[in-house]
Design a binder for this molecule. Structure first.
Ligand SMILES: Cc1cc2nc3c(=O)[nH]c(=O)nc-3n(C[C@H](O)[C@H](O)[C@H](O)COP(=O)(O)O)c2cc1C
Length: 422
């Protein structure tokens, strides 16, 4: 592996910096939200600075490799816990079909396990068998019949956080041997919580099996015509477990120094990259901090991002947390955006910001201030699957709508729906 250079700033410098940006950002948003006049003044001054293709940055097009996006709104991956043996169900056809009509730029399929034991729960989607591939093909064929929205898939492995009950039935871990439970694997034999079963520490052949499973899943995704792969390196799942010193106590070349902790996630990235068509993007979702003292932090996440960029990673999607049950997160609007900004300043590839971006002006500001190239939304688009339509209406922009829905265009938004070429 190439020698890894550490940035000069220290962790505490980054923390100070992150909280400073956060305070500024929250402060300015507060002003924006508090009076309509201030908001529109800010918005119009920001709009003046963006390119001439579109009045807003949110609705300006963007390209990553062969992936063409109509705007900057990414639908973040969201587990639905509604698969059987890793196979998508009719729920996925309804759910993904609904989101595919939203007008967003790209739809990311939920965390999709590369092995059965890599599923968070028995209801997770997988891409590890012909049955999984056939079920996903059926859903994608149905969705694509009515929407040309590009579709990405998030490939992941839950490691020590696998084998859980589905959230609305409690979400607790299910012990191996019990119905729907299995033995989990991880970098080290350190349980996620005291009452969780201790995972088996992966040996060399276990690591090889997982690398191969990522590659096989990437090939299946290619065969399904998936437009991009996002590798799940965040939220305390297997790859994040290798990155963080809190979950990785290995004494071989995969543990200890930062260079060693990055090794397995980077190997997985390289494996997926070489198994997926070169013109199609492979991206990484990272947690930029564990929110725990002496854990994985922004400084290390930046080094990881730089190493990913060197290996052809097409974009970094910046989230946080999920590794440690004692994490202390200060949650508020845009709370993860300062981390995206810090990563963006260190790499040239596109950066995606996510986390409580719910307001149209807020989303636009994240882009126009240069904090990120794209914004991702999860809960806001579940709550309001027409969020992109409403954002377009708010800004006087146009957006694609299905032919079947064209007659619902409100009278006051005469140019909301894009005119189709006949
Ligand atoms: C129902 C639900 C399921 C989620 N599943 C995933 C997932 O499969 N993979 C992932 O990386 N994040 C997942 N997340 C996290 C979201 O992608 C997102 O990062 C988080 O909700 C913050 O964004 P938001 O404030 O726009 O919701 C999920 C979130 C929700 C609400």
């Amino acid at each position: 592996m190439a020698q890894i250079e550490m940035p000069r700033a220290t962790t505490s410098d980054f923390r100070k910096y992150a909280s400073l940006i956060q305070r500024e950002l929250l402060g300015s948003l507060f002003v924006n939200f508090s009076t309509g006049a201030t908001t529109s003044n800010v918005a119009s001054s920001l709009h003046g600075r963006v390119n001439d293709v579109s009045a807003t940055r949110l609705f300006s097009p963007f390209e990553i490799g062969s992936l063409k996006m109509r705007n900057r709104i990414v639908i973040a991956p969201m587990c639905q816990y509604s698969a059987t043996d890793g196979e998508m169900s009719d729920w996925h056809l309804i759910h993904l079909g609904n989101l595919a009509l939203s007008g967003a730029a790209i739809l990311t399929i939920e965390a999709t396990a590369v092995t059965p034991e890599g599923r968070i729960s028995y209801g997770d989607v997988g891409l590890y068998s012909d049955g999984c591939q056939r079920a996903m093909d059926r859903v994608l064929t149905g969705v694509r019949r009515w929407s040309d929205m590009p579709i990405a898939v998030q490939l992941g492995h839950a490691g020590r956080k696998a084998s859980t009950e589905i959230p609305w039935k409690g979400g607790h871990q299910i012990a191996p041997g019990q119905e729907h439970g299995w033995k989990t694997t991880a970098p080290s034999s350190i349980a996620f919580r005291e009452h969780y079963d201790q995972p088996n520490s992966l040996d060399k052949s276990g690591l090889e099996r997982i690398r191969k499973s990522f590659a096989d899943a990437a090939r299946r995704a290619a065969a399904l015509g998936i437009d991009a792969i996002q590798i799940h390196g965040a939220h305390g799942y297997l790859l994040h477990q290798f990155l963080s010193p809190l979950s990785n106590a290995r004494t071989d070349e995969y543990g200890g120094s930062l260079e060693n902790r990055l090794r397995f996630p980077l190997e997985v990235f390289e494996t997926v990259r070489s198994a997926f068509p070169s013109e199609k993007p492979v991206t990484m979702r990272v947690s930029a901090t564990d929110w725990v003292e002496a854990g994985w932090d922004l400084e290390q996440a930046i080094v990881f991002s730089i190493e990913l960029e060197k290996r052809g990673c097409a974009a970094i999607h910046v989230s946080t947390g999920g590794l440690a049950h004692n994490q202390e997160i200060t949650i508020g609007p845009s709370y993860q955006v300062p981390f995206a900004r810090a990563v963006k300043q260190a790499v040239k590839i596109p950066v995606v910001a996510v986390g409580l971006i719910t307001d149209f002006e807020q989303a636009e500001a994240v882009l126009t201030t240069g904090d990120a190239d794209l914004i991702a939304i999860a809960r806001a688009i579940l709550y309001d699957p027409r969020w992109p339509w409403h954002a377009a209406a708010h800004f006087g922009e146009s957006i694609q709508a299905a032919d079947q829905y064209l007659r619902c265009q409100p009278r006051q938004f005469r140019h909301l729906f894009e005119q189709k070429k006949q």
